[in-house]
Design a protein around this ligand. Sequence first.
Ligand SMILES: Cc1ncc(COP(=O)(O)O)c(C=O)c1O
Length: 413
Amino acid sequence: MTIPRAPRGSLFRTMRRHLPPSLAIAYQLAGDGAHEAAASGATVTLSDGRNVVDFGSYGVTLLGHRHPRVVDAAIDQLRTMPTATRALANPAVVKFAADLLGRCGLDRVWLGSDGADAVEVAVKLARRVTERTRVLAVEGAFHGKTLGALALTHSPVFHAGLEPLLGQVTHLPADDAEAVAREAERGDVSALIVEPIRGEGGVRPLNPSVLRRWAEDAREAGAFVISDEIQVGLRRCGDFSVALAQGWQPDALLFGKALGGGVVPLSAMAATTELYEPLIENPAFHSSTFGGHPLACAAGSAALEAIDELADRGREVGEVMDARLHTLAKDHPGLVSEVRGTGLLWGLELIPGATAPVIADLAVRGLLVSPCLSSPETIRLLPPMVSTGPELDRAFETLDAAFEAHRADAAED
Ligand SMILES: Cc1ncc(COP(=O)(O)O)c(C=O)c1O
């Protein structure tokens, strides 16, 4: 394979000039002067020839990088018709709609590119159908950064300088089982939106029995229930949908991130016909130029097949993560204060101040992970389903070495 190279100094200099400079500096440090050049499965090859293990990528690479089935489907579609006329029916789009809905028991779907697209349309539909404005979300939730979704995202980190935010949103305390019934009494709630496990918020699960109660209470009050599974769905946490596995029925299920197979951007809002009604009346109620893009849909159908095929392997990788992360925490009791997560989504809580330098050190040593901006002490690990034994071994050796080095540095200070 030919590895694309850019002159070392000039890439970061140009990046500093044209893109956020702090990102350029962070990327230069993480790659130790090299940049990402190629990738396959859970391994990324850098421009200096080194390989690093990717357990980050913010959850996009559930199937790893360049899953062959997804790449082949995308290439076939590229060679035939990657873009829709949107004046004619496109079979790749219709096939993907049926493939997705067949897996989640809902009737209708709206297609977008980013997670926030799916959040926006779900809330817009709920407001239109109920003719009510208020939305209930949860403390610690993350639903995106477009202005509408941002109001649902709880963390003040993302709100600074932007208040007042759009829309009326009330954030519920995560463990308050009565909260939806209490809020709904005012009769102005259009929707309840939840992430069954708050990912960006630090890999913090909501209590399934509270969720079941909230969903019932919201329904009884005539409000819609939206399960944002953009990060946790598609078997990242074991089941295709966490809500369905927990035994509560959402009116809308949101998917994104890994839906395009880690190859193309694709998101979806799967919904009941009742919630979707405004789009049946008028498809232009909410649309976007690239929503329902044939290239993305062809990759998406292939991704859904690959995710089904890899379900057992995903479960095995999840079991390895569970066992080894708990051992790692026991080996580093002064550094790791908690291990949270399930399947292929894990959060390691470190003592205050340790997480940022450890994440930087992990990258240099050969393991990429994702931070949680609204939970700065959490290291988020998102291993792909296709992670191999050697990649898992390397990841855990790297975690152990970085934690040990941090302990030694802290002892010196
Ligand atoms: C649960 C959840 N919802 C929504 C979003 C927003 O997705 P995007 O960044 O693709 O707009 C994210 C992104 O991290 C997410 O984790």
